[in-house]
Design a protein. Structure first.
Length: 84
């Protein structure tokens, strides 16, 4: 059984190569497995969207992160800004 750290690592790996669809899929799998995504997991998905040239999607993930009570940091905001 993977841990939350395992899921976050896979999400981050997907983000590093700009694969936003896989990053989002793994975040969904993380939720389905009963793990709450942390700031790094969400920021990784936001970064993957930015690298894929999808600023609206990056912004949507930022809003979702904040709606789950996770305070965005300068890395998350910078990723959204860089997406535009």
């Amino acid at each position: 059984q993977p841990s939350g750290v395992t899921f976050t690592s896979v999400i981050d790996s997907c983000a590093k190569v700009g694969n936003r669809e896989e990053a989002a899929l793994w975040l969904a799998k993380m939720l389905a497995a009963g793990f709450a995504p942390d700031k790094l997991a969400y920021t990784s998905v936001i970064d993957a969207c930015a690298k894929s040239g999808k600023p609206e999607e990056a912004q949507r993930w930022l809003f979702q992160m904040e709606s789950h009570g996770i305070v965005a940091d300068c890395v998350a905001y910078s990723s959204v800004i860089n997406a535009w």
